[in-house]
Ligand binder design. Structure first.
Ligand SMILES: [Zn+2]
Length: 276
């Protein structure tokens, strides 16, 4: 079956109109070509239950989980030491330096450094994440002169298009909208991804359904998240789709989504994520 026909059949079968709007590039195209209808149904079932463990999930071996936990604890100590905001833009090399300089953190062991390196360089499609990888070097670092701290949010944005886009959103939506997550360097993405995996017994597949693995997040290169004031953590849940803020963002054309509903990247629907 050719791809066009396949898409047509799939969309009429499962009524996933948004799927048809996915640009046919990279992994997603590969997946559309290779996957059969039953697999797609299974996939959509898993994504509808993205935060629950599934029989097909990839789970870390017990010895790797121990290493994950010790690495994560050290990253959290680095975060406490440099502050939450600064940690968002901390590079791998800086994290290693901070750990070595503060006895309260303690240096990363060789095993922990290898764990970070191996996790970063591991092919995420193996555990079900099919998004692209905009950052390919573990040691990539944002330059301070390219960053701007956004007052009262604890987050940074890149100067230029991302910052301009955020200011425009603020101007058009008013004071109810705010930046919930801006630039996330590799270390920040590590702490988020590993925390989610640790809370789920080392389940990498489950973690990657709601958090891009380190290197795969566009937060490292310009994208950001916005939320509605007063909604708190629910800004990162399906509740956000029902807010006035989300409706306004859609009406004004800001929701050109990186991960639309029923996407094929293995990522839950993220209407709060602004693609730059
Ligand atoms: Zn995001």
């Amino acid at each position: 079956m050719n791809r066009r026909l396949f898409l047509k059949n799939f969309c009429s079968t499962v009524a996933a109109a948004a799927l048809c709007a996915i640009p046919a590039t990279g992994f997603a195209e590969e997946r559309v070509r290779s996957v059969n209808e039953k697999d797609l149904k299974d996939y959509l079932h898993i994504m509808a239950n993205f935060d629950r463990p599934q029989p097909s999930d990839t789970i870390l071996a017990p010895d790797r989980l121990i290493l994950l936990n010790s690495t994560l604890k050290r990253l959290r100590r680095v975060q406490r030491t440099v502050g939450f905001g600064n940690f968002c833009v901390l590079s791998f090399d800086e994290a290693i330096r901070v750990a070595a300089s503060y006895p309260s953190v303690g240096q990363f062991t060789e095993q922990e450094k290898d764990f970070l390196d191996e996790t970063f360089n591991f092919d995420a499609t193996v555990y079900g994440f099919y998004g692209e990888k905009p950052v390919t070097s573990l040691t990539s670092a944002a330059s301070a002169k390219d960053l701007i701290k956004i007052p009262r949010t604890g987050n940074f944005l890149f100067r230029g298009d991302p910052h301009k886009k955020y200011l425009q959103i603020e101007k058009e939506l008013g004071s109810s909208v705010y930046l919930t997550s801006g630039v996330r360097g590799i270390m920040k993405q590590f702490i988020l991804f590993l925390s989610k995996a640790a809370a789920n017994q080392g389940n990498l597949s489950l973690a990657s359904r709601s958090l891009a693995p380190p290197g795969y997040s566009y937060h490292a290169v310009g994208d950001f998240d916005v939320g509605e004031k007063g909604l708190g953590a629910a800004n990162f849940s399906s509740s956000f789709a029902e807010t006035n803020t989300c409706t306004r963002l859609r009406e004004l054309g800001y929701l050109k989504l990186r991960y639309p509903e029923d996407n094929l990247f293995g990522v839950r629907f993220e209407p709060w994520h602004i693609k730059v």
